[in-house]
Design a protein around this ligand. Structure first.
Ligand SMILES: *[C@@H]1O[C@H](CO)[C@@H](O)[C@H](O)[C@H]1NC(C)=O
Ligand SMILES: *[C@@H]1O[C@H](CO)[C@@H](O)[C@H](O)[C@H]1NC(C)=O
Length: 264
C-alpha cells in the first residue's frame, strides 16, 4: 500500500518534470531552427552548384598548381561571403563534356548556359575587381569564343586578360555571345600555330567561355609533344600562345586536363 503510493508520487514527479521540460525543449528547438535559417541567409548558400560532376571534375584538382590545403580554402571567404571551397568546386565542375570532342560540332549552348559555371556568373554578378587573373605563358586553353580573336589585337597578354575580365556580354554575335568571358588566349609571336584552318597573328586576343575554368581543358602547354610535331610539320617546338582564366577571388587554378584538341 505504502509502496503503491510512493510509486504514484514518483509518477507525478516525472510527469511534472516532463511538463516543465517540454516547453523548454520546444523553445530550444525553435531557437536552433531560427539560427540555422539566419546562418544560411548570411552565408549566402544561395549560390548553387550542379549536382552532377561530369568529365574532368574535382578529380583533376590535385595538379601541379594545387597548393593550399582544404582547411586554408575553407577559411578563406570569397566573393559575396560564400565559402571559397564551394565556389572552388563549382569552378571545377564540368557537366556538358568537352566542346572540342567532335570539332565543336555538337556543342549545346543551352547546356553551357545552364552549367554551374555560368549560373555562378549570373547569380554572383561579379564586378571585374571580384575576379582574379591567372596567366600561363606558352599555353593554350580551350573554350568557346565570346569575342572573335582574329583582328581583336592587344599589346600584351596582360591587356588581353584585362579585356576578358572587363568583358560585358553583348549577346548579338553568335551562340556564345551571351556568356561571360572567363578564359583567353593571346598570340605572342608573329604567327601562332594552332591545329585549325585559320591563320593567327601577333596580338590576336581570343575571349572565351569555358566550364570549369579552375580546371581548364588545355589544348597545348609548354613544349609541343613529339606526336603533335609529327602530325603538324609546321608546329613550333614551344607553344606560341599565352593563355589564362579569370576566377572568382580566392579560387585556385589547377593544371586542368587535356582537351581533345591536344590530339588534333
Ligand atoms: C556528361 O558528358 C557527356 C559527354 O562527355 C554527355 O553526353 C552527358 O550528357 C553528360 N552528362 C550530364 C549529366 O551532363
Ligand atoms: C596535370 O598534372 C599531372 C601531374 O603532374 C600530369 O600528369 C598531367 O598531364 C597534367 N595535365 C595537363 C593537362 O597538363
Amino acid at each position: 500500500m505504502a509502496g503503491a503510493a510512493a510509486e504514484r508520487g514518483q509518477q507525478r514527479a516525472r510527469s511534472a518534470a516532463v511538463r516543465l521540460l517540454l516547453p523548454f525543449l520546444c523553445a530550444a528547438l525553435l531557437a536552433f531552427l531560427l539560427a540555422s535559417v539566419a546562418f544560411e541567409i548570411t552565408h549566402g548558400s544561395h549560390i548553387s552548384f550542379g549536382a552532377a560532376t561530369n568529365g574532368s571534375g574535382s578529380g583533376a584538382a590535385a595538379g601541379r598548381r594545387g597548393g593550399g590545403s582544404q582547411q586554408q580554402q575553407q577559411q578563406q571567404q570569397g566573393h559575396g561571403g560564400a565559402d571559397v571551397s564551394v565556389v572552388q568546386r563549382t569552378m571545377q565542375t564540368r557537366v556538358c563534356g568537352s566542346p572540342a570532342v567532335d570539332g565543336y560540332a555538337h556543342v549545346k549552348p543551352e547546356c553551357l548556359e545552364a552549367s554551374p559555371t555560368n549560373k555562378w556568373w549570373q547569380e554572383a554578378k561579379p564586378k571585374p575587381d571580384d575576379l582574379d587573373i591567372h596567366i600561363e605563358r606558352h599555353a593554350d586553353y580551350d573554350g568557346l569564343a565570346v569575342a572573335w580573336g582574329i583582328g581583336n589585337t592587344k599589346k600584351s597578354v596582360e591587356e588581353c586578360a584585362e579585356a576578358c575580365r572587363q568583358h560585358v556580354p553583348k549577346g548579338d554575335s553568335g551562340p556564345f555571345s551571351r556568356m561571360p568571358c572567363n578564359a583567353f588566349a593571346f598570340c605572342s609571336e608573329e604567327t601562332c600555330f594552332e591545329p585549325d584552318a585559320h591563320s593567327h597573328s601577333k596580338g590576336d586576343c581570343w575571349l572565351k567561355f569555358t566550364e570549369a575554368p579552375a580546371s581548364p581543358e588545355v589544348n597545348m602547354r609548354g613544349r609541343l609533344s613529339k606526336a603533335m610535331q609529327l602530325r603538324h610539320p609546321a608546329a613550333p617546338v614551344t607553344v606560341q600562345w599565352h593563355s589564362g582564366v579569370v576566377l572568382p577571388r580566392g579560387v585556385q587554378l589547377t593544371n586542368g586536363s587535356w582537351s581533345p584538341r591536344h590530339d588534333w
